[in-house]
Ligand binder design. Structure first.
Ligand code: SAH
Length: 261
């Protein structure tokens, strides 16, 4: 039976695809990749006779029609998506018509650009007693935000915010964070093309100066904005340590020892 696989290609570095994703590519009969972000290098493991196409100029209907056409008897078809297919990837819009056509579906998760951006900056998105929460969101653009999900409302938690699809609206992001009570000096990290070999750019700034810094570097697309009270912790002189590795903390795999009085 044919199957269409939605495979997360990862954030850009072809080596960041999962082993399962790579193995599927190696046996795929057809691959449709999202040209604007997924590097063609991700198709480097495809068979010579694999049909490979770029969806850059296609509408959703054309994408679905291509996938259905390729998914003839016993074919393995891949829709290769940037990062993780379940984040801003129009996954369900594609899955529904394939379901209606009776085609079997599978999803292989991918390394999201949010994770790759944190890794690029050697940052932890959570820290004990600083924040234990990460919000993956975006600023309102042409896609409206559901009620209660404006950045102002989400930012009142003062947790980590990873903002997709928002770099061209950095001014609105700045204002939203300030309106939510963040200090103008609060750190912000912007990573452009996280993990792309030779193309990654890391910009560190504060809410007040990050826009100018991004302008200077001409960054206005393909960038992740991370605002978080954890940023820069690598340089902090004192850290609250994770309980998991604390000598006095018992858990399933280790018995804690009482600290000497
Ligand atoms: N599914 C993807 C997100 C797709 S939406 C994921 O999980 O990463 C596209 C947005 O993702 C871009 O506007 C940008 O904000 C972000 N993005 C994708 N790849 C990126 C990369 N390599 N570096 C920084 N941001 C990236």
């Amino acid at each position: 039976m044919s199957k269409v696989w939605f495979v997360g290609a990862g954030p850009g570095d072809p080596d960041l695809i999962t082993v399962k994703g790579r193995d599927l590519i190696a046996r795929a009969d057809a691959i449709l990749f999202a040209g604007s972000l997924v590097s063609e290098a991700a198709t480097r493991w495809a068979r010579d006779d694999c049909v490979i196409a770029d969806s850059k100029g296609m509408t959703l209907e054309e994408i679905v029609a291509w996938l259905i056409e390729q998914a003839e008897a016993d074919k393995t078809v891949i829709r290769l998506q940037t990062g993780d297919p379940g984040l801003y990837g129009a996954l369900i819009e594609m899955v529904q018509p394939l379901d209606a056509a009776g085609i079997d579906i599978g999803v292989v998760p991918g390394v999201s650009s949010a994770m790759a951006s944190a890794a690029a900056g050697v940052e932890s998105l959570t820290l004990p007693e600083v924040t234990q929460t990460v919000i993956l969101t975006r600023i309102e653009g042409r896609t409206p935000m559901p009620e209660g999900e404006s950045i102002e409302e989400l930012a009142v938690h003062h947790c980590t915010l990873c903002l997709f699809l928002s770099i061209s609206l950095l001014k609105k992001v700045q204002q939203a964070l300030l309106d939510a009570g963040w200090s103008p000096e609060a750190p912000v990290l912007v990573v452009h093309k996280a993990s792309w070999p030779g193309e990654e750019k890391i910009i560190r700034g504060t809410i007040s100066d990050i826009r100018d810094k991004c302008k200077q570097e001409k960054i206005n697309s393909q960038a992740m904005i991370i605002a978080s009270p954890t940023l820069g912790a690598r340089q902090w002189p004192e850290l609250k340590r994770s309980k998991l590795y604390d000598a006095s903390f018992s858990h399933r795999f280790r018995k804690g020892v009482k600290a000497a009085p």
